[in-house]
Design a protein around this ligand. Structure first.
Ligand SMILES: *Cc1c(COP(=O)(O)O)cnc(C)c1O
Length: 495
């Protein structure tokens, strides 16, 4: 079971006691320098120091250690949260990211002092090109959604350059992740949602109807958010390209095909990858992430810069790598610096540690684990579309109504059994959706134990649905009032 029993941990502010100190610094042996008067306007200067908590070092250590134990993480328990790819992250990648030469590097050191870091970034770009078939990548975007926005800005820049500003329409299937239509809209496009077909793929009739002179792009995830491979991808690409549009690949699910199929070969022109998902970085609830954006050759000029460049004939032998600014057609920077550099190091370490054959096995094992779980659970929790799935699958949770449960009740009961819940109520097109992604890192016994836990909850609900609906009983927080939290958020500690 995750987390200690009993009361929640008090805030560090509640543990504060005036005058208590963790560390004593010696007094300064130089005179205090007053801030120059023109440095900050008087209104922005504090009259008194901020009311920070005053605690001993031991209090602080215990506080954060206890908080860490309240956290539910992949290092303690299985985490089959579909779409998020909560796989185990090899510690060797963390070690690489923590190397002092990487972790302590100042973002503004001259290129000559950052040759190793620049070479790593350049090499990672090459690896991503090899794995996706794209011709160029920019590592700037900080997360998947940010990569989508960069990709859509590239799409807009491409049509503007062609004098084809009429193309304002981006087609998105109704199964898409919510960030897809949001990114297209933020980049100034009109979003047209199209339905899926009976096999859970894209409805080609609806795509054809939308493929006219207004079409800028089709955004597609493959496998899609139902965990199903888009069987009609080649025909979809033909339709979009024939209409003069571009194909955008949401690469969040690349871990299902990595080492086996490449987005460029499917016809995609622009893509982003979620390095924190496919290529491992401990992540969740907003970061840290990396969402590099990749393009075909003709679009490379639009990529956000600066990007690492390698000199084939360096004038200074120890300075092979340098930052190359974006050209005049570039959409520009999409961020100032690489605060997420550690995520890029981890991704590169992961790619090198596995190698081509290893990555091929990653996708194979991810798909195998998901299909095994699907087969074990089909009798109690049928899939929304009963097809061979890829790395994840979506159950139609309406079957739970027979035993008096909703999807959320099953999820809460799983927490009491030591499993993180599957993703709930996404994608929106499946009623009571429950999306399972065991990932390739879970061994067979864990997949079987998860299936057994689900079956046990369903059996318990058949006897006593109210008992199951009281779950979770073993977590620090049970069932918060979610609507209340959204309508009346308490954002400030009344201190
Ligand atoms: C996770 C995800 C995203 C968004 O990626 P972030 O890195 O969380 O911004 C987009 N699309 C799909 C299909 C995803 O699973």
């Amino acid at each position: 079971m995750p987390g200690p029993e009993g009361a929640a941990e008090p805030l560090i502010f509640e543990q504060s006691s005036p005058g208590r100190r963790g560390i004593e610094l010696p007094g300064a042996d130089v005179p205090d320098a007053a801030a120059p008067a023109d440095c900050l306007p008087a209104a922005a200067l504090r009259a008194a120091p901020p009311a920070l908590p005053e605690c001993s070092e031991l209090q602080v250590v215990r506080h954060f250690t206890r908080l860490a134990r309240l956290n539910f993480g992949i290092d303690t328990n299985p985490y089959p949260l579909g779409s998020c790819t909560m796989k185990y992250n090899p510690k060797v990648a963390d070690e690489a990211a923590a190397l002092p030469g990487f972790a302590g590097l100042h973002p503004h050191v001259p290129d000559a002092w950052a040759q190793g870091a620049l070479e790593l970034l350049w090499s990672l770009e090459q690896a991503l090109c090899a794995l996706t078939g794209m011709d160029a990548f920019s590592l700037q975007p900080a997360a998947g959604a940010h990569g989508e926005l960069a990709g859509m800005l590239i799409c807009g820049a491409y049509f503007r350059q062609r004098g084809d500003a009429e193309r304002r329409r981006v087609v998105v299937p109704d199964s898409a992740h919510g960030t897809n239509p949001a990114s297209a809209a933020m980049a100034g496009f009109d979003v047209l949602e199209i339905p899926g077909d009976a096999r859970g793929g894209i409805d080609l009739g609806a795509l054809r109807a939308a493929a006219d002179g207004r079409l800028a792009a089709l955004m597609l995830t493959n496998p899609n958010t139902l965990g199903l491979f888009e069987e009609q991808i080649l025909e979809a690409a033909r339709i979009v390209h024939a209409a003069g549009g571009l194909l955008y690949y949401d690469g969040a699910n690349l871990n299902a095909i990595v080492g086996r199929a490449r987005p460029a070969d499917m016809g995609f022109d622009i893509c982003h990858l979620n390095l924190h998902k496919t290529f491992s970085t401990p992540h969740g609830m907003g970061g840290p992430g990396a969402g590099p954006v990749g393009v075909r050759a003709g679009l490379a000029c639009f990529l956000p810069g600066p990007r690492p460049a390698r000199e084939d004939a360096p004038t200074e032998p120890r300075q092979r790598f340098r930052w190359a600014p974006g050209g005049p057609e570039s959409i520009g920077r999409v961020r100032a610096l690489y605060g997420n550099f550690g995520v890029l190091v981890r991704a590169y370490a992961y790619v090198l540690a596995y190698g081509g054959d290893g990555l091929r096995r990653v996708s194979g094992d991810a798909v195998l684990a998901a299909n095994y779980l699907l087969a074990l659970l089909r009798p109690v929790l049928p899939p929304a579309v009963d097809r061979r799935c890829m790395h994840e699958w979506v159950a139609d949770g309406r079957a739970l109504r027979d035993v008096g449960l909703r999807g959320v009740d099953l999820c809460k009961a799983l927490l009491d059994r030591g499993f993180h819940a599957p993703t709930m109520y996404f994608p929106l097109i499946v009623p009571e959706a429950l999306m399972f992604e065991p990932t390739e890192t879970e061994p067979r016994e864990v997949v079987e134990a998860l299936a057994a836990a689900v079956r046990e909850i369903v059996a318990a609900a058949a006897e006593d649905p109210d008992g199951v609906r009281r779950a979770p009983l073993g977590t620090p927080v049970g069932r918060p009032d979610e609507a209340g939290a959204a309508r009346h958020p308490v954002l400030r500690w009344p201190g």
